[in-house]
Design a protein around this ligand. Structure first.
Ligand code: NCD
Length: 305
Protein backbone atom coordinates (compact mmCIF):
# COMPACT_ATOMS: atom_id res chain seq x y z
CA UNK A 1 0.00 0.00 0.00
CA UNK A 2 1.54 3.29 -1.02
CA UNK A 3 0.76 5.72 1.78
CA UNK A 4 0.52 8.71 -0.58
CA UNK A 5 -2.45 7.11 -2.33
CA UNK A 6 -4.59 6.52 0.71
CA UNK A 7 -6.92 9.25 1.94
CA UNK A 8 -9.79 7.44 3.66
CA UNK A 9 -10.46 3.86 4.74
CA UNK A 10 -14.10 3.09 4.04
CA UNK A 11 -14.15 -0.40 2.53
CA UNK A 12 -11.82 -3.06 1.14
CA UNK A 13 -13.17 -3.79 -2.34
CA UNK A 14 -10.38 -1.90 -4.13
CA UNK A 15 -7.50 -3.50 -2.20
CA UNK A 16 -5.26 -5.89 -4.12
CA UNK A 17 -3.17 -8.74 -2.60
CA UNK A 18 0.10 -6.72 -2.74
CA UNK A 19 -1.48 -3.94 -0.68
CA UNK A 20 -2.65 -6.39 1.94
CA UNK A 21 0.73 -8.10 2.12
CA UNK A 22 2.60 -4.80 2.36
CA UNK A 23 0.28 -3.75 5.17
CA UNK A 24 0.59 -7.11 7.01
CA UNK A 25 4.38 -6.78 6.97
CA UNK A 26 4.05 -3.30 8.44
CA UNK A 27 1.71 -4.54 11.20
CA UNK A 28 3.99 -7.48 11.97
CA UNK A 29 7.08 -5.23 12.27
CA UNK A 30 5.24 -2.73 14.46
CA UNK A 31 3.86 -5.50 16.68
CA UNK A 32 7.30 -7.11 17.04
CA UNK A 33 8.91 -3.77 17.93
CA UNK A 34 6.34 -3.20 20.70
CA UNK A 35 4.73 -0.15 22.24
CA UNK A 36 8.03 1.35 23.42
CA UNK A 37 9.21 1.84 19.84
CA UNK A 38 6.17 3.91 18.83
CA UNK A 39 6.92 7.59 18.40
CA UNK A 40 4.52 10.30 19.53
CA UNK A 41 4.87 11.90 16.10
CA UNK A 42 1.35 13.34 15.70
CA UNK A 43 0.95 15.59 18.74
CA UNK A 44 -0.64 18.29 16.57
CA UNK A 45 -3.41 15.98 15.27
CA UNK A 46 -6.94 15.57 16.65
CA UNK A 47 -9.20 12.63 15.81
CA UNK A 48 -12.95 12.53 16.44
CA UNK A 49 -14.48 9.15 17.22
CA UNK A 50 -18.17 9.25 16.37
CA UNK A 51 -19.78 6.01 17.55
CA UNK A 52 -23.52 5.76 16.98
CA UNK A 53 -23.58 2.05 17.82
CA UNK A 54 -22.15 0.20 20.84
CA UNK A 55 -18.51 -0.82 20.72
CA UNK A 56 -15.82 -2.01 23.11
CA UNK A 57 -12.84 -3.42 21.18
CA UNK A 58 -13.07 -1.22 18.08
CA UNK A 59 -13.54 2.04 19.99
CA UNK A 60 -11.00 1.39 22.74
CA UNK A 61 -8.39 0.09 20.29
CA UNK A 62 -8.70 3.28 18.23
CA UNK A 63 -8.45 5.42 21.36
CA UNK A 64 -5.38 3.52 22.53
CA UNK A 65 -3.82 3.60 19.06
CA UNK A 66 -4.33 7.38 18.95
CA UNK A 67 -2.65 7.74 22.36
CA UNK A 68 0.34 5.65 21.27
CA UNK A 69 1.09 7.90 18.28
CA UNK A 70 0.72 11.08 20.28
CA UNK A 71 -2.54 12.40 18.78
CA UNK A 72 -5.63 13.36 20.79
CA UNK A 73 -9.02 11.65 20.57
CA UNK A 74 -12.45 13.16 21.16
CA UNK A 75 -15.38 10.81 21.58
CA UNK A 76 -18.95 11.48 20.49
CA UNK A 77 -21.47 8.75 21.24
CA UNK A 78 -25.22 8.45 21.38
CA UNK A 79 -25.49 10.67 24.44
CA UNK A 80 -24.50 13.59 22.16
CA UNK A 81 -26.50 15.92 19.90
CA UNK A 82 -26.87 12.93 17.56
CA UNK A 83 -29.63 11.87 19.97
CA UNK A 84 -31.30 15.26 19.41
CA UNK A 85 -31.58 14.76 15.66
CA UNK A 86 -28.27 16.29 14.51
CA UNK A 87 -27.05 14.48 11.41
CA UNK A 88 -23.67 12.80 11.14
CA UNK A 89 -22.63 15.39 8.53
CA UNK A 90 -23.54 18.26 10.87
CA UNK A 91 -21.77 16.60 13.79
CA UNK A 92 -18.62 16.36 11.65
CA UNK A 93 -18.90 20.04 10.62
CA UNK A 94 -19.40 21.00 14.27
CA UNK A 95 -16.25 19.19 15.39
CA UNK A 96 -14.31 20.59 12.42
CA UNK A 97 -15.12 24.10 13.63
CA UNK A 98 -13.14 23.20 16.75
CA UNK A 99 -10.13 22.06 14.71
CA UNK A 100 -10.87 18.30 14.61
CA UNK A 101 -10.39 17.14 11.03
CA UNK A 102 -9.96 13.36 11.15
CA UNK A 103 -12.87 11.07 11.94
CA UNK A 104 -13.47 7.45 12.81
CA UNK A 105 -17.15 6.69 12.42
CA UNK A 106 -19.48 3.84 13.37
CA UNK A 107 -23.04 4.15 12.08
CA UNK A 108 -26.05 2.00 11.28
CA UNK A 109 -26.23 3.53 7.76
CA UNK A 110 -23.80 4.04 4.86
CA UNK A 111 -23.95 7.87 5.17
CA UNK A 112 -20.18 8.03 5.58
CA UNK A 113 -19.72 7.15 1.89
CA UNK A 114 -21.70 10.25 0.82
CA UNK A 115 -19.77 12.48 3.21
CA UNK A 116 -16.45 11.09 1.95
CA UNK A 117 -17.18 12.12 -1.66
CA UNK A 118 -16.28 15.73 -0.92
CA UNK A 119 -14.32 15.41 2.33
CA UNK A 120 -10.82 16.83 1.83
CA UNK A 121 -9.70 18.20 5.18
CA UNK A 122 -8.59 14.97 6.81
CA UNK A 123 -9.23 11.25 6.78
CA UNK A 124 -12.41 9.29 7.38
CA UNK A 125 -12.25 5.74 8.69
CA UNK A 126 -15.29 3.50 8.63
CA UNK A 127 -15.41 1.71 12.00
CA UNK A 128 -18.47 -0.30 10.95
CA UNK A 129 -21.37 0.91 8.82
CA UNK A 130 -24.71 -0.87 8.61
CA UNK A 131 -24.49 -4.50 7.54
CA UNK A 132 -21.94 -4.04 4.75
CA UNK A 133 -18.57 -2.65 5.76
CA UNK A 134 -16.13 -2.95 8.64
CA UNK A 135 -12.79 -2.66 6.83
CA UNK A 136 -10.44 -2.73 9.81
CA UNK A 137 -12.11 -5.85 11.20
CA UNK A 138 -11.55 -7.43 7.77
CA UNK A 139 -7.89 -6.33 7.83
CA UNK A 140 -7.21 -7.55 11.34
CA UNK A 141 -8.91 -10.87 10.66
CA UNK A 142 -6.90 -11.36 7.47
CA UNK A 143 -3.71 -10.41 9.31
CA UNK A 144 -4.50 -12.86 12.15
CA UNK A 145 -4.96 -15.70 9.65
CA UNK A 146 -1.77 -14.70 7.79
CA UNK A 147 0.09 -14.57 11.11
CA UNK A 148 -1.10 -18.11 11.98
CA UNK A 149 -0.59 -19.76 8.58
CA UNK A 150 2.00 -17.52 6.88
CA UNK A 151 -0.30 -17.24 3.85
CA UNK A 152 -3.90 -16.68 2.80
CA UNK A 153 -4.01 -18.38 -0.60
CA UNK A 154 -5.28 -21.92 -0.61
CA UNK A 155 -6.81 -21.89 2.87
CA UNK A 156 -10.19 -23.49 3.49
CA UNK A 157 -12.30 -20.94 5.33
CA UNK A 158 -15.79 -21.37 6.79
CA UNK A 159 -18.04 -18.46 7.73
CA UNK A 160 -20.63 -19.60 10.22
CA UNK A 161 -23.66 -18.00 11.82
CA UNK A 162 -25.60 -14.79 11.30
CA UNK A 163 -23.98 -13.76 8.05
CA UNK A 164 -26.96 -11.86 6.71
CA UNK A 165 -26.60 -9.05 9.26
CA UNK A 166 -22.81 -9.17 9.39
CA UNK A 167 -20.66 -6.36 8.02
CA UNK A 168 -17.68 -8.32 9.33
CA UNK A 169 -18.51 -11.29 7.08
CA UNK A 170 -18.86 -8.98 4.05
CA UNK A 171 -15.55 -7.22 4.75
CA UNK A 172 -13.86 -10.59 5.11
CA UNK A 173 -15.39 -11.75 1.83
CA UNK A 174 -13.76 -8.73 0.14
CA UNK A 175 -10.20 -9.85 0.90
CA UNK A 176 -11.05 -13.51 0.27
CA UNK A 177 -12.20 -12.55 -3.22
CA UNK A 178 -8.94 -10.66 -3.78
CA UNK A 179 -6.93 -13.75 -2.77
CA UNK A 180 -9.06 -16.15 -4.84
CA UNK A 181 -10.56 -17.86 -1.79
CA UNK A 182 -14.07 -19.27 -2.12
CA UNK A 183 -15.21 -19.79 1.48
CA UNK A 184 -17.98 -22.06 2.70
CA UNK A 185 -20.92 -20.25 4.30
CA UNK A 186 -22.96 -22.17 6.84
CA UNK A 187 -26.03 -21.19 8.85
CA UNK A 188 -29.83 -21.02 8.65
CA UNK A 189 -30.87 -20.81 4.98
CA UNK A 190 -32.35 -17.32 5.23
CA UNK A 191 -29.00 -16.01 6.51
CA UNK A 192 -26.79 -17.51 3.81
CA UNK A 193 -28.89 -17.71 0.64
CA UNK A 194 -28.26 -14.10 -0.41
CA UNK A 195 -24.55 -14.70 -0.99
CA UNK A 196 -23.57 -15.04 -4.64
CA UNK A 197 -22.84 -18.70 -5.46
CA UNK A 198 -19.89 -17.72 -7.66
CA UNK A 199 -18.11 -16.38 -4.54
CA UNK A 200 -19.16 -18.87 -1.83
CA UNK A 201 -20.04 -22.52 -1.27
CA UNK A 202 -23.29 -22.89 0.69
CA UNK A 203 -23.39 -25.82 3.15
CA UNK A 204 -26.19 -26.38 5.64
CA UNK A 205 -24.50 -29.21 7.54
CA UNK A 206 -22.00 -27.77 10.01
CA UNK A 207 -20.16 -31.09 10.43
CA UNK A 208 -19.45 -31.24 6.69
CA UNK A 209 -18.61 -27.53 6.52
CA UNK A 210 -15.91 -27.67 9.19
CA UNK A 211 -14.29 -31.08 8.58
CA UNK A 212 -11.64 -29.77 6.15
CA UNK A 213 -11.52 -26.19 7.37
CA UNK A 214 -8.32 -24.39 8.29
CA UNK A 215 -10.25 -21.43 9.68
CA UNK A 216 -13.75 -21.34 11.16
CA UNK A 217 -15.02 -17.78 11.54
CA UNK A 218 -17.99 -17.50 13.90
CA UNK A 219 -20.39 -14.56 13.81
CA UNK A 220 -22.61 -13.12 16.53
CA UNK A 221 -26.38 -13.49 16.33
CA UNK A 222 -27.21 -9.81 15.81
CA UNK A 223 -30.70 -9.69 17.28
CA UNK A 224 -30.64 -5.88 17.28
CA UNK A 225 -30.70 -6.00 13.45
CA UNK A 226 -33.52 -8.53 13.11
CA UNK A 227 -36.67 -7.48 11.28
CA UNK A 228 -39.85 -7.84 13.34
CA UNK A 229 -41.03 -10.90 11.45
CA UNK A 230 -37.67 -12.66 11.80
CA UNK A 231 -38.01 -15.86 13.75
CA UNK A 232 -34.97 -17.10 15.65
CA UNK A 233 -35.08 -20.39 17.55
CA UNK A 234 -32.11 -20.28 19.89
CA UNK A 235 -32.26 -23.94 20.94
CA UNK A 236 -32.45 -25.12 17.33
CA UNK A 237 -29.59 -22.79 16.38
CA UNK A 238 -27.48 -24.15 19.24
CA UNK A 239 -28.08 -27.76 18.16
CA UNK A 240 -27.20 -27.13 14.51
CA UNK A 241 -24.64 -24.34 14.43
CA UNK A 242 -23.05 -23.75 17.84
CA UNK A 243 -19.30 -24.51 17.91
CA UNK A 244 -19.08 -26.99 20.77
CA UNK A 245 -16.01 -28.84 22.00
CA UNK A 246 -17.35 -32.03 20.31
CA UNK A 247 -17.47 -30.24 16.97
CA UNK A 248 -14.09 -28.61 17.58
CA UNK A 249 -12.47 -32.02 17.96
CA UNK A 250 -13.68 -32.88 14.44
CA UNK A 251 -11.66 -30.02 12.92
CA UNK A 252 -8.14 -30.44 11.54
CA UNK A 253 -5.25 -30.44 14.02
CA UNK A 254 -4.07 -26.96 13.02
CA UNK A 255 -7.51 -25.45 12.46
CA UNK A 256 -8.27 -22.18 14.21
CA UNK A 257 -11.54 -20.63 15.40
CA UNK A 258 -12.19 -16.91 15.15
CA UNK A 259 -14.95 -14.52 16.22
CA UNK A 260 -14.92 -10.72 15.86
CA UNK A 261 -16.60 -10.31 19.26
CA UNK A 262 -18.58 -9.60 21.23
CA UNK A 263 -19.06 -13.33 21.80
CA UNK A 264 -22.18 -14.88 23.25
CA UNK A 265 -21.05 -17.96 25.16
CA UNK A 266 -23.56 -20.77 24.80
CA UNK A 267 -25.02 -19.38 21.56
CA UNK A 268 -22.34 -19.10 18.84
CA UNK A 269 -19.78 -21.10 20.78
CA UNK A 270 -19.49 -22.94 24.05
CA UNK A 271 -17.35 -21.62 26.87
CA UNK A 272 -14.72 -24.35 26.52
CA UNK A 273 -14.32 -23.44 22.82
CA UNK A 274 -13.99 -19.72 23.57
CA UNK A 275 -11.10 -20.47 25.93
CA UNK A 276 -9.55 -23.28 23.85
CA UNK A 277 -6.04 -22.97 22.37
CA UNK A 278 -7.56 -23.18 18.86
CA UNK A 279 -9.55 -20.02 19.61
CA UNK A 280 -7.79 -16.90 18.30
CA UNK A 281 -10.42 -14.46 19.57
CA UNK A 282 -8.09 -12.53 21.87
CA UNK A 283 -5.31 -12.61 19.29
CA UNK A 284 -7.80 -10.87 16.97
CA UNK A 285 -8.38 -8.20 19.63
CA UNK A 286 -4.63 -7.71 20.11
CA UNK A 287 -4.08 -7.51 16.35
CA UNK A 288 -6.92 -4.99 16.09
CA UNK A 289 -4.83 -2.55 18.07
CA UNK A 290 -1.70 -3.03 15.91
CA UNK A 291 -3.76 -2.87 12.72
CA UNK A 292 -5.30 0.43 13.79
CA UNK A 293 -1.97 1.91 14.88
CA UNK A 294 -0.54 1.15 11.41
CA UNK A 295 -3.61 2.44 9.60
CA UNK A 296 -3.57 5.72 11.52
CA UNK A 297 0.17 6.16 10.88
CA UNK A 298 -0.37 5.52 7.16
CA UNK A 299 -3.26 7.96 6.82
CA UNK A 300 -1.63 10.68 8.90
CA UNK A 301 1.68 10.38 7.04
CA UNK A 302 -0.16 10.48 3.71
CA UNK A 303 -1.90 13.68 4.81
CA UNK A 304 1.41 15.36 5.64
CA UNK A 305 3.05 14.59 2.28
C1 NCD B 1 -18.70 -6.37 15.13
C2 NCD B 1 -19.42 -5.14 14.67
O1 NCD B 1 -19.71 -4.22 15.41
O2 NCD B 1 -19.66 -5.11 13.48
N1 NCD B 1 -17.89 -6.25 16.24
C3 NCD B 1 -16.66 -5.66 16.16
O3 NCD B 1 -16.49 -4.59 15.66
N2 NCD B 1 -15.64 -6.34 16.67
C4 NCD B 1 -19.57 -7.57 15.16
C5 NCD B 1 -20.75 -7.59 16.07
O4 NCD B 1 -21.23 -6.60 16.58
O5 NCD B 1 -21.24 -8.71 16.24
Amino acid sequence: MSSSKMRHCLELSSWIPDQYLFFFTQIQKTKQSGFQSLKKEFTDQCVGLIFQEPSTRTRVSYQKAIDHIGATSYIVENNSSLAKGETLADTIKTLQSMGIHHFIVRTSTDEIFEIAKCYQKGFLINAGSGTKHHPTQGLLDAFTIWENFGKLEGLQIVLLGDLMHSRVARSNLAWMKAFGIKPTVCGPASWVNDFEPEHVIIEDDMTKAIENADVVMLHRIQKERFREEEDFQQEEYFQKYCMTIEKLTQTKKDAIVMHPGPINRGIELSTDVADHEKSKILQQVENGLWTRICLLQTLLRAGSL
